[in-house]
Design a protein around this ligand. Structure first.
Ligand code: 0L1
Ligand code: MG
Length: 290
C-alpha cells in the first residue's frame, strides 16, 4: 500500500485527512448516506490522494472479511467522462461483497442512488504487471471476455465529484453482475462488440467496445500500468471491469434494465423494492437526484 497515508496525515486541509475521509466514506457506504464532495473543503484532494484513501479502505474491507477479486476502471469512455465532468480514467478495487448473483434485484437496501452501466468484463488467465503494458500484451493475459453490468453508487450527492473524490470513493463501487456468455478474446472483435441499453422496454443508449479507450484491452493495459505505479499487479483469476461503455441509467425500485450485447448475451436487472427507511426525508433511493 502507498505510504501517502503518513505523508498527508500530518497536513490536514479543511480538517480532513486521508484517515478521516476514508472513515467517512465507509460510514456513508454502510449507512447509505450521501454527502458533498470532499474537494469542496479540501481542494488538494487529487487523484493520488484519492488512491491512498481507496487503498486504506481496501485494507479495512479485507480486515472485515471481504476478499479482493479484481479491479474496475472508471471513466474510460467519453460518454462517462462527459457525463461526470471528469476526464481522467482511474482504477478501483473489486471485492466479493460487490458480486451480485445472477437474477438478484438491485440491492436497494444497501445502496443510496444506484445507476447501472454496461461493461466489457475480463477474467484474467495470467498475471499482468506494468509498467509499459500494451493492449496486445494485456489481451494475451485474458482468459475470457464477458458482457456485464455494473451497479454504481456514489457516496456523493447527485454524483457530483472531482477525480480525487471519486477515486477515494472506490470509483462509485456498488455491485456488478456478469452476463451468461464468456468467450476467449480471440473469438470476437471487442472494438465492434455492441451493447443496447434497455430501460422499462425502451432502448435508451448504445455503444461499442471502441467507446472504451478505443478498445477495452487499452483499458486493461491502463489498469496494469496505473496499478504498477501503486505497487500492484493484476493477478491471474481476477475480474476486470473495463468501465462503463455508455452513461449509466437510473435503477429505481420497480425499474427493469437490460444490457443486450451482440455476441455476449443479455444481462437483465430489476430494480427491486424500496428499502424501509426510518427517515423518509433522508431516503434518496429513487436516484432522481439530478
Ligand atoms: O460514478 C461514476 O460514474 C464514477 C465511476 C465510473 C465507473 C465507470 O466509468 O465504469
Ligand atoms: Mg463501471
Amino acid at each position: 500500500m502507498t505510504d501517502q497515508t503518513t505523508a498527508y496525515s500530518s497536513a490536514p486541509e479543511g480538517g480532513w485527512t486521508i484517515e478521516t475521509v476514508a472513515d467517512e466514506l465507509l460510514r456513508c457506504e454502510d449507512e447509505r448516506i450521501e454527502r458533498p464532495p470532499f474537494t469542496d473543503e479540501w481542494a488538494d484532494l487529487d487523484l493520488d490522494t484519492g488512491y491512498a484513501i481507496q487503498d486504506l479502505n481496501l485494507k479495512k474491507r479485507l480486515d472485515r472479511g471481504e476478499k479482493l477479486i479484481g479491479v474496475k476502471l472508471g471513466l474510460t469512455s467519453r460518454a462517462k467522462q462527459q457525463r461526470m465532468g471528469v476526464d481522467t480514467p482511474f482504477v478501483a478495487w473489486l471485492t466479493d461483497a460487490m458480486i451480485l448473483p445472477v437474477g438478484d434485484p438491485v440491492p436497494q437496501d444497501r445502496l443510496i442512488h444506484p445507476r447501472i452501466e454496461p461493461e466489457i468484463v475480463f477474467i484474467m488467465g495470467e498475471r499482468l504487471e506494468g509498467p509499459g503494458v500494451t493492449c496486445a500484451q494485456a489481451m494475451s493475459a485474458v482468459e475470457s471476455v464477458w458482457g456485464g453490468a455494473e451497479v454504481i453508487d456514489s457516496r456523493y450527492k447527485d454524483f457530483r465529484f472531482k477525480a480525487g473524490d471519486v477515486s477515494a470513493d472506490n470509483a462509485s463501487s456498488g455491485a456488478f453482475v456478469n452476463g451468461p456468455i464468456g468467450v476467449p478474446p480471440s473469438e470476437l472483435d471487442l472494438a465492434t462488440e455492441a451493447v443496447l441499453v434497455e430501460v422499462d422496454g425502451q432502448i435508451v443508449d448504445s455503444a461499442t467496445g471502441a467507446a472504451v479507450q478505443g478498445h477495452p484491452g487499452e483499458a486493461l493495459a491502463l489498469a496494469a500500468n496505473d496499478l504498477a505505479r501503486r505497487g500492484h499487479a493484476i493477478e491471474a483469476g481476477w475480474i476486470v471491469l473495463t468501465g462503463g461503455m455508455t452513461d449509466a441509467v437510473f435503477a429505481p425500485p420497480g425499474s427493469s434494465v437490460a444490457m443486450h450485447f451482440t455476441s455476449l448475451g443479455s444481462v437483465f436487472l430489476n430494480g427491486g423494492t424500496a428499502p424501509e427507511s426510518t427517515d423518509p426525508a433522508a431516503d434518496s433511493t429513487t436516484g432522481q437526484d439530478d
